[in-house]
Design a protein around this ligand. Sequence first.
Ligand code: NMX
Ligand code: MLT
Length: 388
Amino acid sequence: MTQKESLLEVTTDHLNTGLRGIPVGTCRTSFVTPTEGVHYCGYPITELASFKPEDIIYLLFNKELPTPEQSAAFCDELAVRGALPDGMEAVLNSLPKDGHPMDWLSIGIHTLGMLETTNDWNEDALNLVARMPRLMGLIFRIREGRTNDIPADDPSGTLVDRFVNTLDLIGVDKEKMRQVISTYLVLHMDHGGGNLSTFTGKAIASGKASVYSSMAGAMNALSGPLHGRANQSCLEFVLKVGTSDPDKVEAFVRGELAAKRPIFGFGHAVLRTEDPRATAQFELGAKICPDDENFKIITALREIAPRVLAENPKISNPNANVDIASGALLYHIGLKDPTYYTTFFGWARVAGIGAQIVDERAVMRDGKGTPIYRPKYIAEDQSLRHIE
Ligand code: NMX
Ligand code: MLT
């Protein structure tokens, strides 16, 4: 953008709408269009879904896809950065086992920052990306009390391998697990500049808190049921539906709406069609688990819920969002506890939020960075004071 142009006239109708549609800044990593969904550095997500996560992380940080040589060098670089600092396991061991996994993730990231921070935006963001698989694996193992014989981390493995190896679940198809997690990570890495967790992370970083503190705050934002934790609620919802019989599914959806509960996995603040990230996950499910009972339920929901939701004209987008299918796929590969699902969203989003923090802190405004966030709030009508 080179010249001054008016992007929007802000009116009182915009107040108290959660900044909906109000331009705030520019984003170098991704943008979201209402009909085509997210694009990473200009590439529509549908074109990237089968790339390896490392290449998409490279894209988000460097704004171009790597050549095969650059890709190999970047994987080596992540390997060098991947080892967790000493002291991490002791902190995780001290956390309450019944705390939510997202709180563990946030505390885990915060702890990494306390143990080791370079205070260089790019270094810290990439170190955190490289350390996430081991942190994720340890969160699972320690919460589940499976602390004997945790395999040593091999930072030279891929990011997904390192998680799968640390988790080391018995009796699961590890190849399928790798495929699902790999696609999951790519689809969830970034979603424009204004989604709640990214916005929160960048806002915290604007006060020059560290990458780790900012990311811990972003994870707290992601943990809300209307944002990232909708993927947990969505699978819980699917398990509650319990049948793919269309009449029963429809009755269930109507019952939830009558009880004033959200239909998880549907609706979006920006999108106005089915989220292409949902479409990609349905395509993957159709390949790897078409007969899975939960997959059949979400396939029924995908047909029925939009029709029912569309009866309410207030709902801007009745279609499936990113969270509809991810839980069914994670469940299918052996990750049966939905309370963990948002941690995968968080793991993926560390790349996008990290890259956006680096851009805002070290690239925007010719490297000076955006100033500390400080939007304006208008005083409520002063006369209200006298009504009491
Ligand atoms: N189920 C029930 N009610 C809904 C739904 C839904 N799926 N979607 C929207 N509405 C309601 C919404 O609560 C609001 O009601 P009210 O005016 O009484 O406050 C009204 O419809 C208008 O909302 P919209 O403008 O369409 O959507 P908004 O931008 O406010 O919210 C979501 C977007 C995603 C929070 C909303 O669609 C929702 O709650 N969906 C279900 C939860 C979910 O799947 N969240 C995951 C989103 C993806 N993510 O990763 O963040
Ligand atoms: C996301 O991926 O962050 C969600 O779809 C929410 C959003 O974009 O507002």
